[in-house]
Design a binder for this molecule. Structure first.
Ligand code: FE2
Length: 314
């Protein structure tokens, strides 16, 4: 184990709890220079355009899906962070390890520690991303396909984690995400919150939850800097193959799948079935282009949004 571990409170019981229940652990990355305004501003300045999203959400309580993408409009990254702090937008820097070697080293150090703690867990395909989000920003109720952790660096966010059982999530919801690539079209009722585990995630805390557990996030009234982390294991891959096969059966063939087993002859038949079909035009997920940008940040007035003319947005 390194002399200055990233996880500052990893205990033997956490190996047994990992992936089984929502789990909050302590870390020291909130003290890392890599998440300061200066470092993040410089990172944004050099980020490839296809690697990040600038998104404006509607007000809390508005229609789900009322979000749109925008442009920095030549604004330096450090000013863009100031604009985020003063408005209702967020910047999502995807797969930051593929863009900057310092963050790749951080990702590798985190997973080296996790592998040392859990040598048999078999994580691979790991990625990290950085989310800079405004006071009051919210992420709607959804579920993700890979294993997921959320690391808090600055600010506080309230995270609701829901049970991995109906009615919170049904197999057809996971299948819908796998086939469409859209995470936020799951039914949600406000009373679901009474059954959620709720955390006010603070700097120096990381949250992990069971595979496919639905969750949603409400920022407190402060700028938030968070790191998202995802990974696969063989079991997650097998679960994904079954999801795709069952999704094809249910949504394309009108059959009700009877099993989510990830071993045995039924599993292997599905593994072959989904591999044969998933890249055909019949099933293949459309590689949708980015949403057209409909707004731009105003460098002269941090936090002010400029509407882009419609023809320029298309
Ligand atoms: Fe998520």
């Amino acid at each position: 184990m390194p002399t200055d571990p990233i996880f500052t409170s990893f205990e033997p019981r956490h190996v047994d709890l990992w992936g089984q229940t929502p789990l909050r652990l302590s870390h020291r990355l909130d003290r890392s220079e890599l998440f300061s305004n200066e470092a993040l501003g410089a990172l944004i300045d050099h980020y490839p355009r296809d690697g990040y999203s600038l998104v404006q959400w509607g007000e809390q309580g508005t229609e789900r899906g009322s979000w749109r993408e925008g442009e920095l409009g030549g604004m330096p990254g450090i000013e863009a962070i100031e604009a985020v702090a003063r408005s209702r937008i967020w910047i999502n820097l995807r797969d930051v390890g593929a863009v900057d070697p310092r963050y790749a080293a951080l990702r590798d150090a985190i997973f080296a520690e996790l592998r040392a703690h859990m040598p048999d867990y078999g994580m691979y395909g790991e990625k990290i991303g950085i989310l800079i989000s405004s006071p009051g920003s919210r992420t709607l109720y959804h579920a993700d396909l890979p294993g997921q952790c959320l690391w808090q660096m600055r600010g506080v966010k309230r995270v609701y984690v829901y049970p991995t059982a109906p009615p919170f999530i049904r197999p057809e919801h996971v299948e819908g995400i796998a086939l469409s690539g859209v995470e936020v079209n799951m039914p949600y009722q406000p009373w679901y919150d009474e059954h959620a585990t709720v955390y006010d995630l603070e700097p120096g805390q990381m949250l992990h939850w069971p595979l496919n557990a639905p969750h949603r996030v409400d920022n407190h009234d402060c700028l938030n800097v968070s790191m998202t982390m995802e990974y696969f294991t063989d079991e997650i891959r097998r679960s994904h193959m079954v999801t795709v096969a069952n999704g094809i059966m249910r949504h394309k063939l009108g059959l009700a799948p009877q099993s989510r087993a990830t071993s045995g002859p039924g599993f292997w038949a599905k593994a072959v079935f989904q591999k044969a079909l998933k890249n055909t035009p019949w099933v293949k997920r459309e590689n949708k282009p980015r949403k057209p940008s409909t707004f731009m940040l105003d460098r002269a007035r941090p936090g002010v949004i400029i509407e882009l003319p419609r023809q320029a947005a298309e």
